[in-house]
Design a protein around this ligand. Structure first.
Ligand code: MIC
Ligand code: SF4
Length: 640
């Protein structure tokens, strides 16, 4: 078996390990972050389970940390109180980005983790099966339910050689993205192997598994080996380590090789993580802003390697350089070893240990400018500035470019630098991680006025007449569907309020048209719903009356979220997509009967009168959920 098969088979509770068939795995650990966590815990609360049933559950606050009104602060207080009551560890704001802290303090080789954040596969660097999911799936796992997924294909990426100076782990994953594109990983786990692994440290591996999310992959994983042990020892967690390697002769569904010694610095051009080009081809592009941080590149190693380039030099006068360390551990270490001083002396601005600019929580770039970021996503407008031009690159490229004010190949700036190794010993102060209360009965859950109950749908309609509210193109992201940023994120606990922003960046009158129609449909192209795990991209449209999404294909997490909230996801062929227009009316004459009894649903186009038979592709379990009007209704009936 390969590593992925070992992880799945040791947790398999239902189904057959045959690529494409539905399986269920037991979940050892869960994580949430604040922007998805409030909903997830409200959903968990509704399940009436007195204490989480996982081995470990952690609630992080790292996204909504700008307290520009009472909303985010109220959410933090709610999250802390509900964690104390239900047996969840609470990582306070300032302690760091969930994925970075989880890798440092909690990841365990051989275990399973689901998190209400799409970059949860970051922990796959430590030999875990770590998967991003909607908040409701995470709530169910906390209640002891298994996690359902389609058995992925396992792709072996064989890494050979060693990185040249100035080239880093970010360039490896950018190369994978260049080859596979943002939809190339759908239905797959990317498993890394090869002799290059002996040089790749855990933080470097995490950069690679983290950004596997941008491939649309179910997860990414590395074996747990000597490098893993070195990291665990340095974190004082040797006891949590086990070895986990593929059997010799393990089989894979697909494989390809990258000789990493031949890679050069790469960058993703605006506005998609797979628009990858060599940095050298961009040299000369003037930059106004450089941001180093986010869960993909904010480790101690990342910040120190950037600082080595900046040391003794000054940031270009036209550039604003920001640094967001990934965790308090990273911040403490760069403070005590003098790196922070080098950064500040170069003219860098220090931000909190949070997601910050990555999710538009501040630092939106100026109009018409270029922003160069070490992040994982550059979807249009995600920075908070309309028509933004965001490039993604490594911390080395970012640092060199901050000095010159132009996108710059870092290779000539690293001459004489020894590669930054994993620290022998990390500073481990867990005082900002609050353990759950030992007297849960005495804990009162503190809810502010912004925390509204989540909407629940009724059973699937027997028949449905609906209007196509929006016809969208390919690769629509959840940032398009339910934008984030400092203005909208504080409404994550308030579905009626946040629904007013559905599609606001690309089609501001969408909410109004949807409400007016009463029942609506969204028509999408390929890879609809790529990107984040935010279930708000399903919940808020549901609140506006969206009953089905017809798309050429779906991203995994978003499709799960649609099913979870009773919105019917229908994959349609290109000719049907082409024949339908925004504003058209369609009728499903016997919707619930079709879903219950057939593999197809009938849909009559109002314009042509033609009846189309659409294969719904729902598994038996998903059928039940859709018929019940969503997972919460389904679970309630099942339990009753
Ligand atoms: C993101 O990177 O888009 C986020 C913000 O972390 C999301 C979660 C969210 O929308 O709250 C994700 O990646 O799942
Ligand atoms: Fe936070 Fe950005 Fe990572 Fe999402 S991708 S978890 S917003 S740092």
């Amino acid at each position: 078996m390969n590593v992925t098969q070992k992880l799945i088979s040791s947790h398999l509770v239902s189904g057959e390990m045959k690529a494409g068939s539905e399986i269920a795995v037991s979940i050892d650990q869960t994580l949430t972050q604040d922007a998805t966590g409030t909903m997830a815990y409200l959903e968990f609360e509704a399940m009436g389970v007195p204490r989480v049933r996982t081995k470990l559950s952690v609630s992080y606050v790292d996204h909504n940390t700008l307290q520009t009104g009472f909303e985010n602060a109220d959410d933090h207080r709610f999250l802390q109180s509900i964690a104390a009551k239900y047996g969840i560890y609470f990582s306070k704001p300032g302690n760091g980005i969930c994925h970075q802290v989880h890798l440092e303090r909690f990841a365990r080789p051989g275990q399973t983790l689901i998190g209400s954040d799409s970059h949860t596969p970051n922990a796959g660097a430590a030999g875990m099966l770590a998967i991003g999911a909607g908040g409701l799936s995470v709530a169910l796992a906390m209640a002891g339910e298994p996690f359902w997924l389609v058995m992925p294909k396992v792709v072996r990426v064989n890494l050979t050689g060693a990185l040249q100076p100035g080239v880093s782990a970010k360039d490896i994953i950018l190369e994978v993205l260049r080859r596979l594109t943002v939809k190339g990983g759908v239905g797959k786990v990317i498993e890394y192997s090869g002799d290059a692994l002996k040089h790749l440290t855990l933080p470097e591996r995490a950069t690679i598994t983290n950004m596997g999310a941008e491939l649309g992959a179910t997860s990414s994983v590395f074996p747990s080996d000597e490098q893993t042990l070195a990291f665990f020892k340095a974190q004082g967690r040797e006891g949590d380590w086990i070895e986990l390697k593929p059997d010799s002769g393990a089989l894979y569904d697909e494989e390809f090789e990258i000789d990493i010694s031949r890679l050069e610095p790469l960058a993703a051009a605006p506005s998609s993580p797979d628009k990858v080009v060599p940095v050298r081809e961009l040299s000369g592009v003037a930059v106004d802003q450089v941001c180093i941080g986010s869960c993909v590149n904010s480790s101690f190693t990342d910040i120190v390697s950037a600082a080595k380039i900046l040391k003794g030099r000054r940031v270009h006068p036209h550039v604003s350089l920001t640094i967001s360390p990934g965790s308090r551990q990273v911040l403490e270490m760069i403070t005590s070893d003098g790196t922070l001083h080098d950064l500040l002396a170069s003219g860098a601005r220090l931000l909190e240990c949070t997601c910050g600019p990555c999710i538009g929580m501040g630092q939106s770039p100026p109009t018409g400018s270029v922003s160069l970021r070490t992040f994982n996503r550059n979807f249009p407008g995600r920075s908070g500035t309309q028509n933004d031009k965001v490039y993604l690159c490594s911390p080395l490229t970012a640092a060199a470019s901050a000095l010159t004010g132009r996108i710059t190949d870092p290779r000539e700036y690293v001459k004489g630098h020894a590669p930054v190794a994993v620290a022998d010993k990390y500073e481990t102060d867990d005082s900002l991680i609050i353990p759950p209360s030992s007297e849960p009965d005495k804990v009162e859950i503190l809810r502010g006025p912004n925390i509204k109950p989540f909407p629940v749908k009724g059973e699937l309609d027997a028949s449905l007449k609906a209007k196509i509210i929006l016809k969208a193109g390919d690769n629509i992201t959840t940032d398009d569907i339910m934008p984030a940023g400092a203005k909208i994120l504080p409404l994550r606990s308030n579905i009626p309020a946040i629904s007013e922003y559905v599609f606001s960046k690309i089609d501001p009158s969408f909410p109004e048209r949807a409400k007016e129609a009463g029942s609506g449909i969204i028509l999408g192209g390929i890879n609809y719903g790529q990107g984040s795990s935010r279930e708000h991209a399903a919940l808020a449209p549901m609140h506006l009356g969206i009953k089905a999404v017809l798309a050429k294909s779906f991203a995994r997490i978003h499709r799960d979220n649609l099913v979870n909230f009773g919105i019917l996801p229908l994959a349609v062929k290109a000719d049907l997509y082409d024949s339908l227009e925004q504003g058209d009316e369609v009728v499903f004459p016997q919707l619930s009967k079709d879903v219950r009894e057939s593999a197809f649903v009938a849909m009559v186009s109002g314009k042509s009168g033609i009846t189309h038979k659409i294969e719904h592709g729902l598994t038996p379990r998903e059928k039940e959920i859709i018929l019940a009007g969503g997972e919460l209704n389904y679970i309630k009936t099942k339990r009753a």
